[in-house]
Write a protein that binds this ligand. Structure first.
Ligand SMILES: O=C(O)CCC(=O)C(=O)O
Length: 285
């Protein structure tokens, strides 16, 4: 459960950090499950429906970049997504009626872990309101050096930053980001960060010898309905389900207008989109 002071911090700053949210046994169980899921996977031979590999490694390299949808694919993570421990905390931020949205595990392996560029999560999946939280659980000690999360506080109530070029969605902020406002969020394994889905965030590549594995789950108020934006809306809604409270009879609309992500091409993930955006492949021409 979160304290009122922690919930207030989230509402004011757009994020709140809670050390020791996970026990060391929970962290160990998650890591063991991830090892078993990743075992035997290589860049040349892996289940592309379940995981994404780091691209810059030899064909027999075994560095996984992301495990897709752990809470949809593996019972251990599903039980956690439905646990009172977690839902009580989410309820303290979003209220009693809650929809589970999606999950992922970013592996950020030692030496090669890909960067994540500045973005706001709601740029990827516009909703009728902003009542959406992204929850990051550090499963390793996360430091500035191995690519802990960085956030820009108190930016979640403003308009969405631009994520487009030539009208096409780039999956990263395309206007200047004032990095002097960025706050690194280091934490030991077991720490959780509750981050408002409008909070700009990023993380650098991991060039250290220490991995920075992070489990990420997203929930939203049940009255935050997805704004239909084509095929990608289906993809991001596959696992959405009511996990607490009542299914609402009304959508709550918050912003008069909100940018819709228009993709030039189909993408595999945020990493794929941001890499192709850097090469200029996702703009017109
Ligand atoms: O893993 C990180 O550092 C950030 C994750 C993130 O923003 C994402 O996967 O959308």
């Amino acid at each position: 459960m979160l304290t009122p002071a922690q919930a207030d911090h989230y509402k004011t700053e757009g994020y709140v950090v809670v050390p020791d949210f996970l026990s060391s046994d929970q962290v160990a169980a998650f890591l063991a499950e991830m090892d078993s899921v990743s075992a035997g996977s290589t860049l040349a031979d892996h289940d592309a429906a379940r995981m994404e590999m780091e691209p810059n490694q030899p064909p027999d390299g075994n560095q996984v970049r992301r495990l897709y949808e752990p809470c949809g694919n593996y019972p251990l993570f599903r039980e956690f997504a439905d646990s009172e421990q977690l839902l009580d905390a989410v309820e303290a931020l979003l209220g009693p009626d809650l929809v589970y949205h999606y999950s992922k595990i970013n592996m950020k392996p030692a030496g090669v872990g890909s960067p994540v560029e500045w973005h706001q999560d709601l740029s990827y999946y516009p909703l009728t309101n902003r009542g959406s939280v992204s929850i990051l659980f550090y499963l390793d000690d996360a430091t500035v050096e191995n690519g802990c999360l960085q956030v820009i506080p108190r930016r979640h109530r403003d308009d969405l930053l631009s994520h487009s070029t030539d009208g096409f969605f780039q999956g990263r902020v395309t206007e200047d980001v004032d990095e002097s406002l960025a706050v690194p969020v280091p934490g030991d394994a077991g720490t959780v960060i509750f981050m408002h889905a409008m909070t700009p965030h990023a993380s650098i590549a991991n060039t250290t010898e220490h991995p920075r594995r992070t489990l990420i789950l997203s929930y939203r108020r049940a009255d935050a309905f997805p704004v239909y934006a084509g095929e990608m809306t289906h993809k991001t809604e596959i696992h959405a389900r009511l996990v607490r409270g009542q299914f609402p009879q009304k959508a709550f609309f918050e912003d008069k207008t909100f940018p819709i992500p228009l993709y030039k091409d189909a993408i595999v993930s945020l990493y794929d989109l941001q890499e192709r955006s850097r090469k200029g492949e996702m703009a017109a021409g």
